[in-house]
Design a protein around this ligand. Structure first.
Ligand code: UDP
Ligand code: MG
Length: 335
């Protein structure tokens, strides 16, 4: 079977309310491109009717549809990784299932790739999310620009296109916690960006709680830079230097300076506040080290990053359901 020109990878987690809309817009948009394509849906352990809807769509378009079912919720980025591993296209496009990324933009991403770029990132013209999300995202973009070598205008936009070479490199990585657009960027030779539309979620609600967002951003920062650790030790050095200075000041003040100035100094150098601050920094630093250690721990355990329950795909002989042995052994539902 010859490789299609483009594979579209879509992670799906409890998206029953929006999936029919997605099918209704995605397939015509892809048909209109006049290219060979395949759509790979990865069901990330949905507990609603998403799996059934994906099965239905596979029945309708088995020629161009493949569905990978996880047997638990392993996260958006793991779902995309699984989609990559099962993709065959020469170019790969990622898209969210909630229609926040218009499928009609895929053609423009591919046209840009045709100009010789191997990575085309989408930049949302006008981001349609809550004010808090927009603000938090801007702050994280700012931080990432400063402490990693990854240059992206809009890291949160999942509407992106990658060359087969980049996807092969990603498939060779065994990272457990990762952030796909950043990982892909590290392998890109000619990355570029284009402005894309963004819409309100068509149905359902965001799958990211504040906690999951923080986790995701730790993946982005600690996964691509050890600068936070370096900053922290730098800070430790500064504090040590400052305390030596303070000691000198205290000695001078005790022996030489007048009483009034001494009191002024003591007021500035309030020990309780200083203690508070230093304890806070210490805890922060410990937590930071913990983040890295936790990631090393997950990496060295070498557990499978995700478990596949079944794959729906059209083989040469016709469609079939492929069950993987590993899933059969651990089919207990995850809570
Ligand atoms: N998603 C997923 N697994 C998860 C969380 C999200 O596969 O654990 C999918 C989700 O179905 C959607 C995409 O990832 O297709 C982006 O999720 P969402 O729209 O909730 O994120 P937001 O737009 O709020 O950043
Ligand atoms: Mg969304």
């Amino acid at each position: 079977m010859s490789a299609p020109a483009v594979s579209v990878v879509i992670p799906v987690y409890n998206e029953e309310q929006g999936l029919e809309n997605l099918f209704a817009r995605l397939y015509p948009a892809l048909d209109a491109l006049g290219l060979g394509y395949e759509v790979i849906f990865v069901d990330d352990g949905s507990r609603d009717r998403s799996a059934a809807l994906l099965r239905g769509q596979f029945q309708k378009r088995p020629d161009v549809t493949r569905v990978v079912f996880f047997n638990g919720n392993f996260g958006q980025h793991m779902a995309i990784l699984a989609g990559f591993e099962h993709s065959r296209g020469k170019r790969i496009v990622t898209l969210d299932a909630d229609l926040q990324n218009p499928p009609e933009e895929i053609g423009r991403l591919l046209a840009k790739m045709g100009e010789g770029f191997d990575y085309v990132g989408g930049v949302r013209r006008e981001r349609r999310d809550t004010t808090f999300r927009r603000w938090a995202s801007q702050a994280m973009n700012w931080l990432r620009e400063r402490i990693t070598n990854i240059r992206m205008t809009d890291q949160g936009c999942m509407l992106r296109a990658y060359s087969r070479d980049i996807i092969d490199a990603i498939n060779a990585c065994r990272e457990v916690n990762t952030f796909i657009p950043a990982l892909a960027y590290t392998f890109a030779q000619r990355p570029t960006e284009i402005a894309v539309e963004h819409a309100l979620r068509s149905a359902g609600e965001s799958k990211y709680s504040l906690y999951r967002l923080i986790q995701l951003n730790f993946d982005l920062i600690t996964g691509f830079s050890i600068r936070p650790l370096q900053m922290f030790s730098l800070f430790g050095m500064l504090v040590a230097a400052a305390s030596v200075l303070a000691y000198v000041i205290v000695i001078i003040q005790r022996w030489i300076l007048a009483e009034t100035f001494k009191e002024a100094l003591l007021a500035v150098w309030d020990r309780d506040i200083l203690q508070f601050f230093l304890t806070g920094m210490l805890l922060f630093g410990l937590g930071l080290i913990g983040e890295y250690v936790g990631r090393i721990y997950e990496q060295v355990r070498q557990r499978p990053r995700y478990l596949i329950q079944a794959i729906l795909e059209n083989q040469d002989s016709g469609s079939r359901i492929q069950d993987s042995g590993i899933a059969a052994r651990s089919a207990a539902p995850k809570s």
